[in-house]
Design a protein around this ligand. Sequence first.
Ligand code: EZ4
Ligand code: CO
Length: 404
Amino acid sequence: MADRIERVEVLVASPTRNYVTLRVTTADGIVGLGDATVNGRELSVASYLRDHVAPLLIGVDPNRIEDTWQYLYRGVYWRRGPVTMAAIGAVDMALWDILGKRTNQPVYQLLGGRVRDGIPYYSHAFGWDIPALLDSVREHQERGETFIRVQSGVPGLDKVYGVSKDPNYEPAGRGARPSEEHFDPGAYMRHLPKVLTAVRELVGPDVKLLHDAHHRLTPIQGARLAKSVEEFDLFWLEDVTPAEDQDAFRLVRNASTTPLAVGEVFNTIWDCQRLIEERLIDYVRTAVVHAGGISHSRKIFALAEVHGVKAGPHGPSDVSPIALAASIHMAAATHNWGVQEYMGYPALVHEAFPHAWSASDGMLQPGDAPGLGVDIDEDILSTSPYVPAYLPTARTLDGAVLDW
Ligand code: EZ4
Ligand code: CO
């Protein structure tokens, strides 16, 4: 007889930062976990799941993964958006986790099995000035990493995305309101080539360098930046301009051969359909959690495969170790995977979510535990209550709001 979903719980906790975790338990006693964290909007997803999704899942056959996805997406009339899609994503992850545990197979095996021996990751080197950045790059190289994201301070600016004066960088700040920072696109655009000159000189030609412009530029500024950094042979230039207007990327594309990555804020295939079909980007950055889980992300990456675009998913600290596991399992089984972002987590996060996946020598491994291979430490989660925290807001020097 088919199994049935018996209990659906939403756990909101803040072991160093906020995470929303979905726990689905079946009548057979199988437990599946999903991540539903949307940075700065955690309580909205928790309510969406608790108030509107959990009651619909009780009694459902957990083996019907695709049908449940369609029911929660198409069956609900209101669709898309980060809150809805992260909620669906968490359910989807939990159901794949349950299927893996039921059949005693890791999720990557259910997705078709391994296509690579390990999944290369990149993590974040940063420095307030160029010497500090070079030290940070050296540390990443010493850990065996060959893909490195580089971010640096900009002369004249107090705060810059991707950089902190502390050894650890976490973009969301605790407090009831977002902090504010000012940004000067001109100063940034003039400074970046100097930064990349120094980094390329240090690492030589083989290291893959990445950089995130974080949506700050207009399309023509983005085009100019992509052109001006061409000689540094970036692996990718990320979020060079906001992509609600997908056609804007044509301007950037036509101006340079710098590979382009975008999409961490996308939540469905329709957010990147034109970018992919018209080959305006090289890497699509949808995170499994924010793009409707494994079932929908697979479709995005399949469309990308047909058009010569690769996956390069978002993997910051706000993507929990559960969603990262889902991404690693997909990466193991998806041919057109470029690289996985892996920002890493504070020790307490690893303890709160004990996991079979591992990271060493620049490579991620899914591990062989059944399902997604991630657990939760309930003592840690129940003693770390939610704390309001938000990503910062940016303004230009004249005080107008700018995309952060
Ligand atoms: O700003 O994770 O590539 N990584 C990033 C991140 C994002 C945050 C948003 O929640 O751009 O730092
Ligand atoms: Co980014």
